[in-house]
Ligand binder design. Structure first.
Ligand SMILES: [Cu+2]
Length: 658
């Protein structure tokens, strides 16, 4: 059981281990502890760093794609680091060649801010709690024991207000922990906020809109708590995954092999799980499919004009980091008992290493469904094959929310990206206990009352995936197929049929699409290879569940999350274009990212292209989300389309090996 800590920094310090020095075995392996130390030594030697220097990010600077492609076991492994450095409020971007011990690049990043560091979490809270105005406002609410409250800082976004300039703003709000067990978010001290500037180390203002009663319900969800207020159902007889003859996959270093699939897997501090060099073995040869895939941004805007709520527009990847927030996986619930677990090594504020065990899991599961089947009643024959999938999983805990990020491989050459949300809805304290009280509808105008005195505010979850597809090689083009109804001749008994039209965009300003109500299908095709009947080999991208976005493009948060202006984007590969909202997202002004790059209108035909796909959920909150949210999934599928000559799962066996 994790003990509650006042800050994420304290939590991490408590579990940090001395990471063993493991040498990289592959050019895409994540940096290890010794490499973090080398980065610091190189910067110090170059006179760029001292004991006060902070490191919001130290991560692998990947070798060029052609180097990775050509690399074979036994070849030298190029190792470089991409570093974001803080000297006070100044931010620098650096590149370090680790093998040569050389600082390759050092550049001040003006007018941009770094992601949030561990120590800022504690610092913002301490500044706020030291403020006499905040203490007086808490005392007015009968709260004098500061050990019994939790005051997390939330990034304040950017709204074009003059007072935001030159500041690093967090909004600190407080939660009453007197009744808290495993729920740290159930008892907001509503209407009270400290706006803290961590650039000037000051509390800019304390905002108090008046006392709102604190909820009284038990909102904890341990078995003991639930038994008291809702009762427990009888325990189930075991329903388990079992693999009595062992695993069918192999993990060597960071390379995973399973059922003709082969890929490299690593954890990145910013984007979390990264899949690279994904190929599928066909006719004895590895055919490239996806050079790299990861969630490049997660944007969660809340939708309430209240002072404490309007600014809650979180970029959880760019402002915080999914690898940073990765949560330890529990065998038997988060992943099956049969899973293989992998650790992660990320840097801390001082540039040291934190190794955390069980941050990624890899497992097989029988879906209980066929991979394919046909039953023929005419001659009473049947053919069917059991379906087994391979899952790669991480679970970042982003404050009150828990996410599951899965990559699911199947035996038919398909690869799904899946994201689920669970955890706790963000709750706003209100005076009303019931929707039938006077004033309740006004208090719940931007959310759903889920318990007495608590409204779960409406919000959205937008996930952007960067998919560097290399289908049968890097030279690819993008195809959009759309369905169109066509009229048949007057004399035909049927009025119309549809045809499927094809667009091949040659520039990126053309190659962006909104899903809308149209039937559209999207593919990345090889410019070099065709299947046995002469169709180009391709992989289809099927997004399921894109969150709709209806606020005007002039809205500040629309500009900052410009990637929402289309659901599907295509760009030519550029090693520096990694994140849908750009590198520096904290208090960003929307001057970087997909919507900006798209204006360059570069060519995307017969080129090395990257597809960016949004999926998400418009979270219309409901009482069933309280006190903890049943898991809700969104997915996209990468599906072979004329890539193989026939069903690639045809060769499956009817029965498992004895
Ligand atoms: Cu939600």
């Amino acid at each position: 059981m994790k003990k509650p800590f006042q800050s994420i920094a304290a939590f991490f310090c408590a579990v940090a281990l001395a990471a063993p020095a493991v040498a990289a075995e592959h050019p895409l392996d994540p940096l290890g502890a010794a490499e973090f130390a080398k980065v610091k030594a190189v910067l110090q030697k170059a006179g760029k760093a001292d004991a006060q220097t902070r490191y919001p990010l130290i991560t692998l600077l990947e070798p060029p794609k052609n180097v990775v492609r050509k690399w074979r076991k036994g070849d030298a492994i190029p190792r470089r680091a991409r570093v974001v450095v803080r000297q006070g409020a100044r931010v620098f971007a650096a590149k370090v060649d680790l093998a040569a011990g050389i600082l390759e690049q050092w550049q001040e990043v003006e007018g941009r801010q770094s992601s949030v560091m561990f120590e800022e979490w504690a610092e913002a809270q301490e500044l706020a709690l030291a403020d006499s105005r905040l203490r007086a406002a808490l005392a007015k609410r009968g709260i004098t024991d500061l050990e019994k409250i939790y005051c997390p800082p939330a990034s304040q976004g950017y709204f074009g207000q003059p007072e935001e300039e030159g500041k690093r703003l967090f909004k600190v709000y407080c939660i009453d922990l007197r009744a808290a067990g495993n729920n740290y978010y159930g008892w907001p001290i509503e209407g009270l906020y400290a706006v803290v500037d961590l650039a000037g180390k000051t509390v800019v203002r304390v905002y108090d809109s008046g006392v709102v009663p604190i909820a009284k319900d038990n909102l904890n969800f341990s078995e003991k708590d639930v038994a008291e207020y809702a009762g427990l159902r009888p325990a189930l007889k075991p329903v388990l995954l079992s693999q009595p003859r062992g695993k069918n996959f192999r993990i060597e270093g960071n390379v995973v092999e399973w059922q003709k699939w082969r890929f490299h897997l690593r954890m990145d501090r910013r984007v979390g799980v990264v899949l690279s060099d994904v190929s599928y073995e066909d006719g004895g040869k590895a055919r490239p499919v996806l050079y790299q895939g990861y969630m490049s941004e997660m944007f969660v805007p809340y939708n309430d004009p209240d002072f404490g709520w309007f600014s809650r527009t979180y970029f959880d990847v760019g402002e915080y980091g999914l690898g940073l927030l990765a949560s330890q996986l529990v065998a038997g619930t988060d992943c099956p008992e049969t899973a293989a677990f992998m650790p992660s090594v990320i840097n801390d504020d001082e540039g040291g290493a934190i190794e955390l065990p069980q941050m990624l899991c890899v497992f097989e599961r029988n879906t209980g469904s066929p991979s394919w089947r046909h039953a023929e009643f005419l001659n009473e024959t049947y053919e069917g094959r059991p379906q087994v999938e391979l899952v790669v999983r991480m679970m970042p805990q982003v404050g009150n929310y828990d996410y599951v990020i899965d990559w699911v491989f199947n035996q038919a050459g398909e690869l799904d990206g899946r994201v689920a949300a669970t955890g706790i809805d963000a709750l706003k304290g209100v005076k009303a206990k019931n929707m039938e009280e006077p004033g309740a509808k006004e208090e719940a105008a931007f959310g759903t009352m889920v318990a007495p005195n608590l409204v779960a505010v409406y919000h959205d979850h937008h996930f952007n995936f960067r998919l560097d597809l290399d289908v049968d090689g890097a030279e690819n083009y993008f195809i959009r197929n759309h369905y169109e109804a066509v009229k048949l001749p007057e004399e035909h008994p049927r009025e119309s049929v549809y045809v499927i039209r094809e667009d091949v965009p040659d520039s990126e300003s053309w190659a962006r699409y909104s899903l809308g109500g149209k039937i559209q299908r999207f593919r990345v095709a090889s410019a070099a290879r065709k299947n046995r009947v002469g169709n180009p080999t391709s992989y289809e991208i099927l997004p399921h569940g894109s969150a709709k976005y209806i606020l005007p493009d002039s809205e500040w948060y629309s500009k900052r999350a410009g990637f929402l202006q289309s659901d599907v984007w295509v760009t030519p590969f550029d090693a520096d274009e990694r994140y849908a909202s750009g590198d520096f997202v904290f208090a960003g002004k929307g001057d970087d990212g997909l919507a900006v790059w798209n204006k360059k209108n570069r060519g995307v035909k017969n080129a090395d292209i990257v597809v960016w796909v949004n999926i998400g959920m418009n979270h219309f909150t409901r009482s069933e989300d309280s006190p903890v949210l049943p898991i809700l999934w969104r997915t996209f599928k990468l599906r072979p389309f004329n890539f193989f000559d026939r069903n690639p799962a045809l060769d499956l066996r009817t029965k498992f090996a004895e």
